[in-house]
Design a protein around this ligand. Structure first.
Ligand SMILES: NCCC[C@H](NC(=O)CCC(=O)O)C(=O)O
Ligand SMILES: NC(=O)OP(=O)(O)O
Length: 328
C-alpha cells in the first residue's frame, strides 16, 4: 500500500482487517520494521484517539514519531494555488504555502499522517479533499488519512475489526444486521465518519457478509458516492428491529450543506430502542456527548463496544503502517 487516504488505496479490505487482527495478537512482531523511519503526524484539528493510537502503533513498529498542530505550533498553511482563475496572492493570514510545507515535512518524514476536518462552509471545497490531495501531490512520501473532510478510514478499519471480533465472540448469525443511525447534536459536525462507514460496510454487504441499513431524518441524506447502494430507512425504530450492531453518529446536512436541520431528541439512542434489536451492540467512534446522542445506560451497558472500538484504533493504524513500511 502506497498511501492510505481512501478505500481505493487498499487492494484487499478483507486482508487488511485480517492484518489488524493479526497485529493485535502479535503487537511487537514487527518491532524492527520501522527502525530509523520517521512518521510525522500533522493535526489541523483536535484529537484524542487518533493522535495517541497512531503514535502507539508507530512505536510498536519501531518508528520515530513527530507531532505538530498546524496553526498553533506552526505557520498557518495556504492550500489553494489558484483563486478564481488567478494564482493565489498570499496577503492574508496564512504565512506558508502547502507546496513548501509538504515538501519540507516530506524531507524529514518517511510517512505523513494528516488530520484536516471539513470546514462545512463550502461543500465543493470540502469534497475536493484539497488538504489530502495537496499533501499527496507535494510531500513525495506516503500519506495516511487521520480524518479528512469527507472520510475517516482508520476509524472505519477499526470498526470492521471490532465487528469481525464481535461476530466471533458473540457467535452471531453469519450475516449480522448493521445499522448506521443519525444521532441528534446541537453542533454541526462533518459527514466524514458516516461517509467512511458506508464506504467500508458496502463491500461487506455486497459480499453477503452483513446486511447494512442507514437511518436518518429527511434532509440528512449522505452524498450518493459514499452512500452507495446502502438501504435507507427513515423510520429509526423499524431500522433497529433485529439489528446486531447499532453504529451511532451525528452529521450535519449534506444537501443543506453544514446545517443542523433538527436536534430532535427522539433520535437519541436509549435502552428502550436497544430493546428493539437482537441484543445489538452499540458502537460510536467517540468522542460522544452523553444524554444528547446516546443515554448513559446504553454507554454503560455490556452492549456498548465503544471502548473496544477505540482500543482497536491502535491495531487499524498498525496494520496500515505495517503495509506502508513493507513498500518503503
Ligand atoms: N474523530 C472523531 C469525530 C470527530 C468529529 N467530532 C466532533 O467534532 C465532536 C465535537 C463535539 O461534540 O463537540 C466528527 O464528527 O467528525
Ligand atoms: N474517533 C476519533 O477519531 O477520535 P479522535 O477525534 O479523538 O481522534
Amino acid at each position: 500500500m502506497q498511501h492510505f487516504i481512501s478505500p481505493t488505496d487498499v487492494t484487499d479490505i478483507h486482508a487488511l482487517i485480517k492484518q489488524g487482527l493479526y497485529v493485535k495478537a502479535n503487537p511487537f512482531e514487527d518491532a524492527h520494521l520501522g527502525k530509523n523511519k520517521t512518521i510525522g503526524l500533522i493535526f489541523f484539528n483536535s484529537s484524542l484517539r487518533t493522535r495517541l493510537s497512531t503514535q502507539k502503533a508507530a512505536q510498536n513498529l519501531g518508528m520515530n514519531v513527530m507531532i505538530m498542530n498546524v496553526g498553533q505550533d506552526s505557520w498557518g498553511l495556504e492550500m489553494e494555488e489558484m483563486i478564481e482563475g488567478h494564482p493565489v496572492i498570499m496577503n492574508g493570514d496564512k504565512a506558508e504555502h502547502v507546496k513548501e510545507a509538504a515538501a519540507v515535512i516530506g524531507r524529514y518524514c518517511d510517512v505523513i499522517g494528516i488530520r484536516a476536518f471539513a470546514e462545512l462552509k463550502d461543500r465543493d471545497k470540502d469534497y475536493r479533499e484539497l488538504v489530502m490531495s495537496q499533501f499527496r501531490k507535494y510531500a513525495g512520501v506516503p500519506i495516511v488519512n487521520l480524518e479528512s473532510a469527507t472520510r475517516h478510514p482508520l476509524q472505519s478499519l477499526a470498526d470492521c475489526i471490532t465487528i469481525a471480533e464481535a461476530k466471533a465472540a458473540y457467535a452471531m448469525l453469519a450475516r449480522p444486521k448493521v445499522v448506521l443511525t443519525w444521532l441528534p447534536h446541537f453542533k454541526a459536525l462533518p459527514q466524514a465518519v458516516a461517509n467512511s462507514f458506508c464506504e467500508w460496510m458496502n463491500p461487506l454487504a455486497n459480499a453477503g457478509e452483513i446486511e447494512f441499513v442507514v437511518t436518518h431524518p429527511p434532509g440528512y441524506e449522505l452524498a450518493p458516492e459514499y452512500l452507495g447502494n446502502a438501504r435507507v430507512e427513515y423510520d429509526q425504530e423499524k431500522a433497529f428491529e433485529g439489528a446486531d450492531f447499532i453504529y451511532g453518529k451525528n452529521w450535519s446536512s449534506y444537501t443543506h450543506y453544514g446545517q443542523v436541520l433538527t436536534q430532535n431528541p427522539a433520535w437519541m439512542v436509549t435502552m428502550d430502542k436497544m430493546q428493539l434489536t437482537n441484543n445489538g451492540k452499540f458502537m460510536h467512534c467517540l468522542p460522544v456527548r452523553r444524554n444528547v446522542k446516546v443515554s448513559d445506560d446504553v454507554l454503560d451497558s455490556p452492549q456498548s463496544l465503544v471502548i473496544e472500538q477505540a482500543a482497536n484504533r491502535e491495531w487499524s493504524a498498525q496494520a496500515v503502517l505495517k503495509e506502508i513500511l513493507l513498500t518503503l
